[in-house]
Design a protein around this ligand. Structure first.
Ligand SMILES: [Zn+2]
Length: 398
């Protein structure tokens, strides 16, 4: 083995100063004296005591919706999900850049901040058909050297209220989408059983997972969560189903919360939260204590749903900490893992400590602990992908 790069003075999460030897896309050795005897002919990188972290995983984005790459477009208000769906459709018909350009620009931004894996929902409806999916799938070719991309066939306009969508979801999986999506079985389709029958039928046919947007609140949302959990277990899809948002979990009576959390834990249904604005939010510690897997993600980044977001997962983790009143080092470190280890496990990405044999995918940032990284959110970070520096200081390198 001829080392491709030596990294000195990196700090582990435990505070130990270590060196690393990279063998192209893998870590060949890591430890306090790992580089002893390596000659000066091998390229060296001085981490200057920076913290060595796993890369971020953004487990919920919308590459087809983002307006990044365009001049700032003022937000179009809409006070219901249905109104916002219509506003978005009319806006996206007018924008000058195609999905490949906007989604590609967002992927470049995510990679520059250290996010190396994403799950993107992609709108599937009877207007757009599979065109958005085909565009996002093309980003795997054009941008796969920066970010690994999973796709969810997302029925943004509903399934039953937009007849023909169920067949399109089936066609989307056949065409290469990784998971089946869903959207508010009650709030959008007004038919919990019919909506879940349709999307679970496609998932069962192909043996793929599901990732379902659920904004329905209160006891109704909790009922839907338990229905999703029951169907997940019945189809043997434990560990392959995510419910995104699940605001209802933040507004339930204790008994209803307990039953619902237990059902999610039993069926391995995970919860994604973006720590959103003035709506109830899933209580992170209570859910984790109940055995529910949970992760955080950005969701809408500069699109028709939200004018906000820069794509930086450290910013998202900070927002989550604010909303959950996390202040201690232990809480901040746990929140950091909601943007790294937890979504990596749920998306099937490499999980676990950086060690000999691991992929050389990591971020080095100027902090002495995960808590400091979350508190300070430094932009000055160096992103390694497959053993190569792809970004420094929040900018991709040439
Ligand atoms: Zn979403």
């Amino acid at each position: 083995m001829t080392p491709s790069l030596v990294i000195e003075n990196a700090r582990t999460e435990a505070g130990e100063i270590v060196s690393l030897i990279l063998d192209n896309d893998r870590i060949a050795a890591i430890g306090p004296n790992a580089t002893a005897g390596i000659g000066p002919a091998v390229p060296h990188f001085d981490a200057a005591g920076g913290l060595l972290c796993p890369p971020f995983v953004d487990g919920h984005v919308h590459l087809d919706k983002t307006l990044i790459g365009l001049p700032f477009i003022p937000h179009i208000p809409g006070d219901t999900v249905a109104k916002r769906i219509e506003a978005e459709k009319s806006l996206l018909r007018t924008v000058a850049l195609p999905v490949q350009a906007r989604g590609g620009a967002l992927l470049e931004r995510l990679a520059a901040y250290g996010t190396l894996s994403v799950r993107s929902h992609v709108d599937i409806d009877t207007d757009i058909g599979l065109k958005g999916l085909e565009a996002v799938l093309s980003l795997k070719q054009s941008h796969g050297h920066l970010v690994d991309i999973q796709t969810v066939a997302f029925p943004q306009s509903g399934v039953l209220r937009n007849p023909g969508t169920a067949a399109l979801l089936d066609a989307a999986i056949a065409a290469g989408a990784d998971l089946v999506g869903g959207l508010d079985p009650a709030g959008i389709d007004n038919d919990v059983t019919g909506h879940l029958d349709a999307i679970f039928a496609v998932a069962g046919k192909y043996g793929v997972g599901l990732d379902i947007h659920l904004h329905d609140g209160g006891a109704l949302g909790a009922f839907e969560l338990r229905q999703i959990a029951d169907r997940t277990a019945a189809l043997g899809l434990e560990g392959k189903v995510v419910v995104s948002h699940a605001f209802c979990l933040g507004a339930l009576e204790d008994v209803d919360f307990g039953h619902t959390a237990a059902a999610l834990a039993r069926s391995g249904v995970a919860i994604m939260t973006s720590a959103p604005g003035p709506v109830p939010m899933p209580p992170v510690k209570r859910l984790v204590a109940a055995g529910v897997r949970l992760f955080c993600a950005n969701d809408n980044i500069r699109d028709a749903w939200s004018p906000f977001g820069n794509g930086d997962m450290l910013e998202r983790v900070g927002i989550l900490c604010d909303r959950q009143d996390f202040r201690s080092d232990a809480d901040l470190a746990a929140a950091f893992r909601l943007a790294t280890h937890a979504p990596a496990e749920i998306l099937g990405r490499p999980v676990g400590p950086l060690q000999a044999g691991s992929l050389a995918d990591f971020v080095i940032l100027p902090a002495v602990s995960l808590a400091e990284a979350v508190a300070v959110r430094p932009l000055d970070r160096t992103v390694f992908r497959r053993g190569v520096i792809i970004a420094r200081g929040g900018q991709l390198v040439a």
